[in-house]
Design a protein around this ligand. Structure first.
Ligand code: HEM
Length: 479
């Protein structure tokens, strides 16, 4: 009796072992240099390893390498012209992000997740919402939120207390997006523990475990059990919030200058679609911009001469506009633009950009064929830290974005917002929000690094957006 049982266990173990060996040799069997995650179950899907993998492939003079997420093969292009093909020129072969989306799970049906014709139609409907004219309309709201920001940071200055800048800026961008996407005044700057911010934080905290479910459990089982990617509580909160705001506006004939209004006015967008899009504006809009501002302030506090030069530009331009911060004044600040770009180079909030092959693709000048369903990772952070494109990549140098230096670089070596038809739809708004926040702070306060900040900064592994390990603490003085 015992022998057949032991034999069956051995056969099972051997079968699993062969299966894993076979799947993890997908690339080497195709003659592609491959790099494996340290462990089969590794959570290091994002962040630091993107840079390591890029450097490994580049050191071997490869235009691409192969890698894995769990046991699934991932194509990893390194050469900028090939990256251009994948995300722009041959976009019809790589149309999706490869993310979970299920119509029964309303919040999952947003622009970042959906694919194919649904994505194409939605992108066409949403594009007019993000023109510079529409973004300009929201400038007043942005400006209004800087008053709260200045008050909170001013309080740290008066108390001479170290300021956890990421937390403060997260509250600022939550207030901005809360107002522009959901039409609500959530006042996170004044009340850090309000519902909106708490539910917002929950969205990010739970993402990794939910990702595990949608990768390993068939979706029909998930749907049968009424699975919600962001959890039922979060889904209900955001759904009810949008529905009640729409009803309130309609009942009281209220018209506001925000994204929600633009979506309500667009007859071709359904209420469920509005809910999902407001949600993605929040997801994609608050953490990315607050992270960018946090890293910018870290660098400005560490490089006093750059902070001084930036402040001089801000003061000079504002003088021309009679001390008023206007949309046009922001556009005139060229050095600010260089500082923000350099921040997004050194710390791109999205360290890599995902794609999935939607149609068989023959890689140009090679025999390799990418099969439908294979995932792709565009190594944004690897490109940004490559000394071939950015000499001394560890040094924070806004001059990397002078006109002259920009022109020297090949295309597709600076991708903080992606590129091609699927690039970030909220880029203009994200940049504006980041710049307005920085202007309001640099204009009013002087920043130095507090000794509680651990330098050199180390990045958190396994995080979707690039985040520093530990918080960033600054000393603040009024000007
Ligand atoms: C500094 C701020 C931001 C950064 C660095 C950033 C970065 C990105 C990146 C890398 C992508 C993927 C692009 C690709 O696949 O090629 C993306 C997509 C997207 N972003 Fe942003 N983003 C920012 C701000 C925003 C804001 C403020 C919003 C909305 C209000 C937004 C909404 C979106 C949406 C909806 C998509 C999906 C587009 C699609 O799939 O068609 N982003 N963003």
């Amino acid at each position: 009796m015992i022998i057949p049982v032991l034999a069956s266990i051995c056969v099972l173990i051997l079968t699993i072992w062969f299966y894993i060996k076979n799947t993890l040799s997908y690339w080497s069997r195709r003659g592609v240099i491959q790099i494996e995650n340290k462990h089969f179950w590794s959570r290091e899907l994002f962040g630091t390893t993107i840079r390591d993998k890029y450097q490994y492939g580049k050191s071997l003079n490869q235009k691409y390498i192969g890698t894995y997420i769990f046991s699934s093969p991932v194509f990893f292009p390194i050469h900028p012209p090939l990256i251009k093909n994948v995300i722009q020129h041959d976009f019809s072969h790589f149309r999706g992000h490869g993310n979970y989306n299920e119509p029964k799970d309303i919040l999952s049906m947003h622009l970042f997740n959906v694919e194919g014709e649904i994505w194409k139609n939605l992108r066409v409907k949403l594009t007019p919402t993000f023109t510079s004219g529409k973004i300009k309309m929201m400038f007043e709201t942005l400006l209004e939120k800087t008053h709260g920001l200045e008050k909170v940071v001013g309080d740290y200055a008066d108390r001479k207390a170290a300021c956890d800048i990421k937390d403060v800026l997260g509250r600022f961008t939550t207030d901005v997006i809360g107002s522009c996407a959901f039409g609500i005044e959530c006042n996170s700057l004044e009340e850090p523990d309000n519902d909106f911010r708490c539910y917002g934080k929950k969205v990010f905290e739970r993402a990794p475990s939910r990702l595990f479910y949608v990768i390993f459990i068939p979706h029909w089982i998930l749907m049968a059990s009424d699975f919600k990617f962001h959890g039922k509580e979060v889904t209900d909160f955001f759904t009810n919030l949008v529905k009640s705001t729409i009803k309130y506006r309609q009942d009281n004939n209220i018209v506001r200058k925000d994204f929600l209004q633009l979506l309500i006015q667009n007859d071709s967008v359904t209420v469920d679609e509005i809910i999902a899009q407001c949600f993605v504006f929040f997801l994609a809009g608050f953490e990315t911009s607050s992270t960018a501002m946090t890293f910018a302030l870290f660098e400005l506090a560490s490089n006093q001469h750059i902070q001084k030069k930036l402040r001089e530009e801000i003061e000079e331009v504002l003088k021309k506009f009679n001390g008023n911060l206007t949309y046009d004044a922001v556009i005139e600040m060229k050095y600010l633009d260089m500082v923000v770009n350099e921040t997004l180079r050194k710390f791109p909030p999205a360290a890599s950009i995902p794609r999935v092959c939607s149609k068989r693709y023959k890689v140009p000048d090679s025999d390799l064929v990418i099969e439908k369903g294979v995932r792709v990772q565009i190594p944004v952070w690897g490109l940004h830290m490559d000394p071939e494109y950015y000499p001394d990549p560890e040094v924070f140098n806004p001059e990397n974005f002078s006109e002259e230096n920009r022109n020297k670089r090949p295309d597709f070596t600076f991708l903080p917002f992606g590129e091609g038809p699927r690039m970030c739809i909220g880029m203009r708004f994200g940049l504006l929000q980041t710049k307005v926040g920085l202007i309001s702070l640099i204009r009013n306060f002087h920043f130095t690094l507090n000794e509680k900040t651990k330098t050199p900064l180390e990045m958190e592994r396994g995080s979707i957006v690039l985040v520093a390990k530990g918080d960033i603490w600054l000393n603040v003085k009024r000007i």
